[in-house]
Design a protein around this ligand. Structure first.
Ligand code: HEC
Length: 179
């Protein structure tokens, strides 16, 4: 009997030790994982975001140039393919009668970015942990700046070219530190 009791006590102690070690390991994993990225990592993501923005802008300007009254449907389909809904790293967002439901702001960064774009015409940037991945986020406010806008967005027709209509939002995953 006494022996059984010592075995039981030993087992309890073992379970406790293993449990505590596992808790410590997962806590230190979480610590490293959730650690804020360094200024160098953020700067790299910012530079990447700027290159990405210039590339997207060039593609959009080309699309606006190509748009005529006759090819609005094809042009819209083309923009939708470029801004594929599965790609969360580049999005067009707006709340002024958006062309696609998916273009409504979908999280707190996008809601703040859209509000800031509509109320002040100002950009927003941030470094956030999204789904366990550190990301650099950036918004570019948009106005009805080109005559082609209203060809596809017919609700923009009465607007002046300075009217604020939404934002382009970019998200750059922050790479782990390179040694
Ligand atoms: C060739 C058609 C076309 C032109 C030109 C165009 N857009 Fe769009 N725009 C779209 C489509 C299509 C979407 C939806 C993209 C998607 O599938 O997510 C969109 C989305 C947007 C959104 C997100 C909210 C919404 O309405 O869905 C904003 C803001 C926006 N465009 C602004 C502009 C501005 C500003 C211009 C002019 C400088 C412009 N667009 C020119 C087709 C166009």
């Amino acid at each position: 009997m006494r022996l059984n009791r010592s075995i039981a006590q030993g087992l309890v102690a073992m379970v406790l030790v293993v449990g505590l070690s596992l808790a410590t390991i997962s806590k230190s994993y979480a610590y490293f994982h959730n650690r804020q990225p360094s200024p160098q990592q953020v700067a790299f993501a910012e530079r990447t975001g700027e290159l990405m923005f210039q590339t997207i802008l060039a593609a959009l300007l080309q699309e606006f140039k190509e748009t005529t009254d006759a090819n609005v449907a094809e042009g819209s389909h083309s923009i939708s393919l470029i801004f594929n809904d599965k790609n969360r790293d580049m999005r067009l967002i707006g709340t002024r009668d958006p062309l696609r439901r998916n273009d409504r702001p979908s999280d707190s960064f996008e809601r703040r970015a859209n509000n800031l774009a509509l109320t002040a015409g100002q950009p927003l940037t941030g470094v956030e942990l999204v789904d366990d991945q550190w990301v650099y986020r950036r918004s570019v406010p948009l106005t009805n700046f080109d005559p082609s806008c209203a060809k596809c967005h017919i609700n923009y027709k009465p607007f002046p070219s300075t009217e604020r209509v939404g934002a382009l939002v970019l998200r750059v995953p922050i790479k782990p530190e390179m040694n």
